[in-house]
Every structure is written in structure tokens, then in C-alpha cells.
Ligand binder design. Structure first.
Ligand SMILES: [Ca+2]
Length: 195
């Protein structure tokens, strides 16, 4: 009887392998990819890349110029991926700039508030005190570009706490993987891994 069960298990196992796309574990596909942003703070022109350098500490953070009409940061993943989740590691001393950020994905450059929205807008108190230092949004969509956008005016609790439509964070992880190769696909495209 046990032999029959094992045989049945093997048949089901190989049936699943033949019919389901196979995803590897998700990894950060934004690491050291090309990033850009809507404005740059004077003397901080390399800022955009600091959010994809793999360092989640407060040592290498991006920030835009302040008091802009709107602001965005965007990373080009280089090719299309299945994007599961976007994880944002915020600066811990400028919390009032967190409220109002929206995460988008797209297959072409957007640099604005369009594309496929990843979950709900990041919202909380205007001073950002109730928004977690590490905040994520789920996408589960195919895309090449990930954009963070805000035109929300916030205000901190000190006199110099501008917060006006500026954005900053230390790292963005885009958790995804290459598009699945169909098991029955005779010759998938090497670059896109599509059938
Ligand atoms: Ca960083």
C-alpha cells in the first residue's frame, strides 16, 4: 500500500512540475540598478543611487530638493520582472516626509503618478510618527520600473521641518524574480525568459 502511495505522489509531483510555472525565491532585483529622481538637493547629486546600493542603514540615503510641486524617485530594473513587493527603508529622523507616498510599477518610464499602483497609499499622521521605519507594499505584477511618488504637503514638529513635497529614504528593495519559464516551452527567450 505504501508503494502505491509513493507512486501516486511521484505522478502528482511531476504533473505539477509540468503544468505550473516555477518561481525561484524572491530577491532584491533593484540592487545597483539605475535610479533617477525628480529633483536633487544641492551638493547631493548622486542621491538617487543611494537608495539601491544595498545599504539599509542611515549612512546612504536619497533625498530630493525641498518645496517641489511634486516629487518622484524611480528605478529601472533593466528588464521586466515579476514584482512581488516593494520595501522602503525610511530615514528615521525625517519622519514627516513619509505620509502620502504612493508606489507604482510600470513597463515603461513613468516619473509621475501613473502606472500600476502597489496597494494603498502610505498614509498616517502628517508628522509620520505612526508610519513604520520599514514599510512595504505588495504589487504582484510584471513590471520593469518602480516609482515612488508624492505631492502631499506634510509638516514636522520643529520650525525647520519643511517636509513640503520632499521625499527621502535610505533604501528600496524590489522583491521579485525573473519571469517563469514555461515547462513546455521549447525555446524561451533568453533575455525575457518568456515563452
Ligand atoms: Ca542605501
Amino acid at each position: 500500500m505504501a508503494g502505491v502511495r509513493i507512486y501516486y505522489f511521484i505522478i502528482v509531483y511531476f504533473f505539477i512540475l509540468q503544468t505550473k510555472p516555477v518561481f525561484a525565491a524572491f530577491e532584491n532585483v533593484a540592487f545597483r540598478k539605475t535610479a533617477d529622481q525628480s529633483s536633487y538637493y544641492p551638493s547631493w547629486i548622486q542621491s538617487a543611487s543611494y537608495a539601491v546600493d544595498g545599504d539599509t542603514t542611515q549612512s546612504t540615503c536619497m533625498f530630493t530638493n525641498v518645496n517641489q510641486p511634486y516629487t518622484w524617485w524611480e528605478v529601472d530594473l533593466g528588464k521586466e520582472y515579476f514584482i512581488h513587493q516593494v520595501v522602503i527603508y525610511f530615514r528615521t529622523n525625517w519622519k514627516w516626509r513619509r505620509n502620502g507616498i504612493q508606489v507604482y510599477t510600470s513597463v515603461s518610464p513613468q516619473q509621475i503618478n501613473t502606472g500600476q499602483s502597489c496597494g494603498e497609499q502610505i498614509t498616517g499622521n502628517m508628522d509620520g510618527s505612526d508610519i513604520a521605519d520599514v514599510t512595504s507594499r505588495t504589487c504582484d505584477v510584471i513590471g520593469r520600473y518602480v516609482t515612488l511618488y508624492t505631492d502631499t504637503v506634510n509638516k514636522g514638529t520643529c520650525n525647520l521641518c519643511d517636509g513640503g513635497k520632499a521625499m527621502d529614504f535610505c533604501e528600496v528593495f524590489v522583491m521579485g524574480n525573473v519571469l517563469p519559464v514555461c515547462r513546455n516551452c521549447p525555446q524561451p527567450d533568453i533575455e525575457t525568459q518568456k515563452c
